[in-house]
Design a protein. Structure first.
Length: 111
């Protein structure tokens, strides 16, 4: 009888150790939907393309006014609006990709 109890205890211990090691080895990453939501929140906090276009237009207008006159300010504002909007949209996209990839790897993304 003691031999049976010893064998049973050893088998139980082996099962517990194998189960525990398997649980530890599993990645602790979030699901793709959770990572997408996290990345979306980070991208939204990175600013908007409209805000980038507005800042770009203001900077372009100032630069155009310094370099030339009224017509140069208008052209500078137009070019600045396009460039600022494109830049901000690119930043939002890269932020999304970086946060999503870091989340899927199970690491914390710091901006």
């Amino acid at each position: 009888m003691p031999r049976f109890l010893l064998l049973r205890s050893v088998i139980t211990l082996c099962v517990l150790v194998i189960g525990w090691s398997t649980a530890i080895a599993q990645p602790r990453g979030m699901s793709p939907a959770d990572c997408a939501a996290e990345a979306d929140r980070a991208a939204r906090s990175a600013g908007s393309a409209l805000g980038g276009a507005t800042r770009g237009a203001a900077r372009g207008a100032v630069f155009g006014a310094i370099v030339g006159g009224k017509d140069s300010a208008r052209r500078g504002a137009a070019v600045g609006a396009v460039a600022g909007g494109a830049r901000r949209a690119s930043i939002k996209n890269s932020t999304y990709v970086q946060v999503y990839d870091a989340c899927m790897r199970g690491t914390l993304y710091r901006n």
